[in-house]
Design a protein around this ligand. Structure first.
Ligand code: C2E
Ligand code: MG
Ligand code: MG
Ligand code: MG
Length: 289
């Protein structure tokens, strides 16, 4: 709006707010349709062992192809799904679909599924996991649940009971996005994690031998090693970062360098490579999902 035109400025902001609320309502409605009309699918991104470059698993990542808006990022619609109560239904679909898909992979290849703190707070989660495993025939050790520190925000005994119930089933647990947020070391004490995923912000395009990111990664790895946990460096994009991440002691690498998240058919192609090894393609030439 023009300078001095108070009403114009006012209207501009008010319209934008209205548009925001409408957009949001529309997104909720569309999300309800998306599940019914099969607009959701999963993309899978390889998790690679630094020791021998073998693919040890895939992370399942939710994708939504909206009929008119096109690709909507999970970073945008997952929070909406959490707030409007749809995350339970979506999360169940993700769990069942990912387990069924992983059951078609070689026996040593795992699948990682992201679990929202809202799902984690639901006492029905263990029975969903058990049911998804039984229906698909996937052994529990091949399923890894990725949770964020959001699950610790409700300080009560129920999260400890949930961890115990999930460990009894025999699935693996990973702490996602470690190093962002509060990242209290107390979280590592409270929960029986099998793996720590070091957040991309310490990794992506920003590490060299002498900088602070490298020092932080090293410290996290040392801690994880002592606690008997694996470490995955997230967001590795460049080929020359692979060796450095290895030197810093991370047991696993996940990032565009080994391919962007891709459809189930691409997973089968990748797993057919000699020795089950990943091919470092680098960010620029990697196959888009
Ligand atoms: P996340 O679990 O930390 O997943 C990793 C994100 O990093 C993915 O983004 C992945 O595509 C991206 N990524 C991987 N390697 C690279 C890289 O080398 N460079 C860059 N720039 N990015 C990389 P995506 O798929 O957009 O997912 C974003 C977030 O949405 C996830 O973060 C997760 O928190 C959430 N999310 C995705 N799928 C699900 C789901 O099924 N359930 C729940 N609850 N959350 C999900
Ligand atoms: Mg994750
Ligand atoms: Mg992450
Ligand atoms: Mg994340």
């Amino acid at each position: 709006a023009a300078k001095g035109d108070g009403r114009g400025v006012h209207r501009f902001y008010r319209d934008e707010l209205l548009e925001g609320a409408q957009y949001r309502r529309q997104l909720e409605d569309d999300l309800r349709q998306a599940l019914k009309q099969n607009q959701l699918h999963l993309a899978y991104q390889a998790v690679v062992s630094t020791a021998d470059e073998r693919i040890v698993g895939y992370e399942a990542l939710l994708r939504w192809s909206h009929p008119t808006r096109g690709f909507v990022s999970p970073a945008e619609f997952i929070p909406v799904a959490e707030e409007c109560g749809m995350i339970e239904a979506i999360g169940e679909w993700v769990m069942r679909t990912a387990c069924a898909e992983a059951a078609t992979w070689p026996e040593h290849v795992r699948v990682a599924v992201n679990v929202s703190p809202i799902q984690f707070a639901n006492p029905a989660l263990p029975s969903l996991v058990t049911s998804a495993l039984a229906t698909s025939g996937l052994p529990p050790r091949r399923l890894e649940l990725e949770i964020t520190e959001g699950v610790f925000l409700n300080e009560d005994a129920s999260s400890e009971r949930m961890f115990a119930a999930l460990k009894r089933i025999g699935v693996r647990l990973a702490l996602d996005d470690f190093g962002t947020g509060y990242s209290s070391l107390g979280y590592l004490k409270k929960a029986p994690f099998d793996k720590i995923k070091i957040d991309q912000s310490f990794v992506r395009g920003a590490i060299n031998e002498s900088n602070r990111n490298a020092a932080i990664i090293k410290a996290i790895v040392t801690l994880a090693d002592t606690l008997g946990m694996e470490t995955t460096a997230e967001g590795v994009e460049q080929q020359d970062e692979i060796a450095l991440i290895g030197e810093l002691g991370c047991s696993h690498i996940q990032g565009y360098v080994y391919g962007k998240p891709a459809g189930a058919e691409v997973v089968h192609e990748q797993l057919a490579q000699p020795g089950g090894k990943a091919i470092a393609v680098g960010f620029k030439t990697s196959r888009a999902q």
